[in-house]
Design a protein. Structure first.
Ligand code: AMP
Ligand code: GLY
Length: 426
């Protein structure tokens, strides 16, 4: 088969790495890709926002199957457009991607179908939003309705902070049109965990749990990022909790979406809070997490490609996946300054030495190849140094040993990935 992966981050490197290893894969393209992806796929320089370019590429290369990594092209309708062209695709339709594309849509769906989530209001103007927060308990959570690259959520501990967040989103348009309407919701207390499942419209194949670290600084301090590291499985996700997540959250969602005529096909990424009363849904994403995908791919023993195809074809009921008993952990190396301003084009050395370590895989998240074949940084999150081990602790030791072999003075990473799992273990 000829396969095209859309995206150019660490998630897409992990997907390309798994797909390239599949006996079903004849030729693999990735657009736009990066320097690491170029080792396993032919990269084509088309941006993820260029839907026309992606369609033209898929037709030009006679692609059999497209795997869409990031949310933006899904919400923009890339899957629908490929389907119209008769090209099979992994990733939900634009209508089903509303689960991530509109927080208000998700909350209304949860309310209609009794899916456990925080109490909320949908507000369309600053005056009513401010009067809503005055009636709410603190802290209160203010969310831009639309896509905001993970930056559209403010947890306000005072009324002044809440009002400032409302002004920033609705009046100053900090997230553009995404902040035209807001969801304002109750603050949930507990431990956060992510859970992933493949969904073919009706059948559900549970994958695995993971936990990521969203903040830039150790001990969950500093600004929010796209994710500074992840590990899988997450010990908080006991078999009992997983059963509840499936029956109380994932299954009702899949039935609801099918019933609403927006059947979901793709990977459902549930952001959950495990509260004293059980699991509650914080949000859905309609794609793999980044860097959660990287740890899932290392733990997955089976070929991933048949599962992605079955998701698209509606035949997940006939599929089973084998997982390694190992844990996996990924450390994000980012450019100094990220998620604020940072330098691009800095030289990275030592990648081969790091990747040569036992049970270590270095995925590239934001790199490009320089004129002399050298690897240069090309983004905020640059590398995902990923390792497996019998325990999370063992995976962590391996991953940081690899980090220490990478010579990149302009980069930084958190040193405490998986602290929750390790604290629980101790
Ligand atoms: P989201 O973009 O919806 O994932 O929100 C970003 C982060 O904000 C989540 O990962 C949580 O850490 C936090 N968050 C969102 N909603 C809530 C809530 N209702 N209660 C507590 N924390 C929340
Ligand atoms: N790591 C968080 C995300 O992919 O949304």
């Amino acid at each position: 088969m000829k396969i095209l992966v859309v995206g150019g981050g660490g998630r897409e490197h992990a997907l390309c790495w798994k797909i390239a290893a599949s006996p079903l894969c004849g030729k693999l393209y990735c657009a736009p890709g990066n320097a690491g992806i170029a080792q396993v796929a032919e990269c084509v320089d088309i941006g993820i926002g260029d839907l026309d370019g992606m369609i033209a590429l898929a037709k030009d290369k006679d692609i059999d199957f497209v795997v869409i990594g990031p949310e933006a092209p899904l919400v923009a309708g890339l899957a629908d457009r490929l389907t119209e062209q008769g090209i099979d695709v992994f990733g939900p339709s634009r209508a089903a991607a509303m689960l991530e594309g509109s927080k208000g849509f998700l909350k209304d769906l949860c309310a209609k179908y009794d899916i456990p989530t925080a109490e909320y209001g949908r507000l369309a103007d600053p005056k009513s939003a401010k009067s809503f927060v005055r009636e709410s308990d603190l802290p209160v959570v203010i969310k831009a309705d639309g896509l905001a690259a993970g930056k559209g959520v403010v947890i306000a501990t005072t009324l002044a902070e809440a009002e400032a967040a409302i002004d920033a989103m609705m009046v100053e348009k900090a997230h553009g049109e995404a902040g035209t309407s807001l969801v304002i919701e109750e603050f949930l207390e507990g431990e956060e965990v992510s859970f992933f499942a493949l969904v073919d419209g009706h059948n559900i194949l549970p994958l695995a749990s993971a936990q990521d670290h969203k903040q830039a600084g150790e001990g969950e301090t500093g600004p929010n990022t796209g994710g500074m590291g992840a590990y899988s499985p997450a010990p908080v996700m006991t078999p009992k909790i997983q059963t509840r997540v499936m029956t109380e959250i994932i299954e009702p969602t899949v039935r609801a979406m099918a019933g609403e005529g927006q059947a979901f096909r793709g990977v459902l990424y549930a952001g959950l809070m495990i509260t004293g009363d059980g699991p509650m849904l914080i949000e859905y994403n309609v794609r793999f997490g980044d860097p959660e995908c990287q740890v899932l791919c290392l733990r997955l023993e089976s070929d991933l490609l048949p599962a992605l195809i079955a998701t698209s074809a509606g035949t997940l009921d006939s599929l089973d996946l084998k997982w390694r008993d190992d844990s996996a952990l990924s450390v994000v190396m980012a450019a100094r300054g990220y998620p604020g301003a940072y330098e691009k084009g800095t030289r990275i050395r030592g990648l081969d030495k790091a990747a040569a370590l036992d049970q270590v895989t270095v995925f590239h998240a934001g790199t490009k190849t320089g004129p002399g074949g050298e690897v240069l940084s090309a983004g905020g999150r640059v590398l995902n140094v990923t390792a497996t081990g019998r325990t999370i602790g063992e995976a962590k030791t391996r991953a940081y040993a690899a980090v220490d072999l990478i010579d990149w003075p302009e980069g930084f990473c958190r040193r405490d990935i998986a602290w929750r799992a390790l604290a629980r273990h101790n």
